[in-house]
Design a protein around this ligand. Structure first.
Ligand code: ADP
Length: 484
């Protein structure tokens, strides 16, 4: 099949979050399955290409509601692959330091920027005469595309092209004042309540959900949660309406960048057959944070953004009781909300031999924590997929997580035969404390079961290959739905 990805991010070219990881990782795996996959991204300033992109001769005349906009096109490849990446060049919109925002907030013309990307990507297909069977779009920024295909482009060769929309995080929806909607160039009737209309606003994601042939999200449990009023962020009605077209597919991980057997950030290699490297990493971690070097104490770790989603306030609320009633130690790598940062820093000052805190971003330390901590704590309020728990399992750190979204789909309860970690469900610090105490108890009393949990996690298949096969199936369904 011919598959076009249109997205605001693709790692490592331009990345801000998990969406960028997926868009960077999935295309080469689809190519390996025999698909012709190409990508369209904006030509941002500071794009991390290995070679300078090659300027193509085509000039695009992009018809948006703003008028006809002329965009140039350059070409490169996804680093480490042969997947072609077309870069849409429009300096006024994309020659900026950020992808979506500055420190002060979102760019005020985001609706025009991503409108141009979406309409321009389709114009490029027409100009190249390369008509994809499926366009795969991601979150709100490219959610206009399914609607363009269904309306103003339905009489062009792209009228047969199916669309698949992936929800990476339902919290971000692209809500704009209705007055901006004419800039998209979409017919006014698409602003109906069963389209982009959303109580006085134009909601791009909502319209995309209605117009796309198939919807996916990044784990089966999150696919269920977003159909309910709590997880639905106001769009649960649409998602229930489209439930038969919504499929959850768990993200794989980059197994080369996160390979404990060859990781240059670890002091010694680690594998499921030889866990001795973990002892070396645990010693290094304790030394780095100046903790009591007694290896008989269980070490809990966190690598996380510090925002309400991640639920670390639940941990803060019981931290004193937990550390006061056990021999556990704790290290945290994270940054975000300044109040949470300050509370963790205060804990580290109060218990310098038990608590280590690094506020900031540090790739090396993230790897060392996965290799050296005995447990990784992730009490997320919601978690569409989650990568950290998957890295932890691969490195032999046992995840202690809330049973939500991708955490529920990737961590198997310790009581089960192939268990890999500990789960709790109510969003309550008491429930977290209870599961942490169970983890400490197991650690102190049943080392062979602890090793079994670690090895189960390390042997788990987290590759992109399995996910790519599922996406391939979704593309088939989308194309069939379009033809039918
Ligand atoms: P989210 O994308 O919601 O932040 P994920 O678990 O999907 O959560 O991915 C988080 C990624 O960011 C992981 O790769 C994790 O190691 C990394 N990360 C988060 N905070 C830090 C930090 N302070 N330093 C280094 N890496 C971090």
């Amino acid at each position: 099949m011919k598959i076009l990805f249109v997205a605001p991010e693709a790692a490592p070219l331009a990345k801000e979050g998990g969406l960028g990881d997926v868009v960077g990782a999935l295309p080469p795996h689809l190519e390996a399955l025999g698909h012709d996959v190409r990508l369209v991204l904006p030509q941002y300033r500071g794009l991390r290409t290995t070679q300078p992109p090659r300027r193509r001769e085509e000039i695009l005349f992009v018809h948006t509601g703003v008028g006809v906009q002329f965009a140039a096109v350059a070409e490169t490849e996804l680093p480490g692959s042969k997947v072609p990446v077309y870069l849409l060049e429009y300096q006024e919109y994309f020659d900026r330091a950020g992808i979506y925002h500055t420190r002060e907030g979102a760019y005020p013309d985001n609706h025009r920027r991503f409108g141009l990307l979406s309409r321009g990507a389709l114009e490029l297909c027409l100009v190249l005469g390369w008509i994809p069977d499926v366009v795969h779009v991601h979150d709100w920024t490219t959610a206009l595309i399914p609607a363009y295909l269904n309306t103003i482009l339905s009489g062009t060769p792209l009228g047969q092209t199916a669309s698949v929309l992936t929800i990476h995080n339902l919290e971000h929806q692209g809500r704009f004042p209705v007055e901006t909607f004419p800039d998209t160039g979409l017919p006014g009737w698409t602003l109906r309540p069963d389209g982009f209309g959303d109580v006085g606003a134009a909601n791009w994601l909502k319209g995309g959900l209605y117009h796309a042939d198939k919807l996916t999200t990044v784990s089966p449990t999150y696919a269920e949660e977003i159909k309910g009023p709590v997880g639905g962020c106001g769009l649960d009605g649409v998602l229930r309406f489209k439930a038969a077209d919504l499929i959850g597919i768990v993200n794989g991980i980059d197994e080369a960048a996160w390979d404990p057997a060859t990781d240059p950030h670890l002091p010694a290699p680690i594998s499921a057959d030889d866990l001795s490297g973990r002892t070396v990493a645990r010693e290094a971690l304790r030394e780095e944070f100046g903790l009591d070097p007694d290896l008989s104490r269980p070490l809990f770790g966190v690598v996380s953004r510090l925002f309400a989603q991640k639920g670390m306030d639940l941990f803060l609320d019981i931290m004193d009781r937990f550390l006061g009633s056990t021999r556990a130690q704790f290290v945290l790598l994270g940054s975000g909300d300044s109040l949470e940062e300050e509370r963790f820093a205060a804990e580290a000052r109060a218990r310098p031999r038990e608590v280590g805190v690094y506020l900031g971003y540090n790739e090396r330390l993230a790897h060392l924590i996965m290799g050296g901590a005995d447990f990784l704590v992730m009490p997320s309020r919601f978690e569409p997929c989650g990568l950290s728990q998957q890295y932890a399992m691969r490195y032999g750190a046992i995840p202690v997580v809330r049973k939500t979204g991708g955490l529920a789909d990737t961590v198997l309860p310790a009581e089960e035969p192939h268990g890999t970690g500990f789960l709790f469900e109510p969003i309550l610090s008491e429930a977290l404390l209870e599961v942490l105490l169970r983890a400490v108890d197991l650690w102190e009393t049943e080392p062979t079961r602890v090793a079994a949990l670690q090895q189960n996690g390390m042997r788990r298949d987290a590759s992109w290959g399995a996910s790519a096969r599922q996406y391939s199936q979704v593309y088939e369904w989308a194309a069939a739905a379009r033809r039918g």
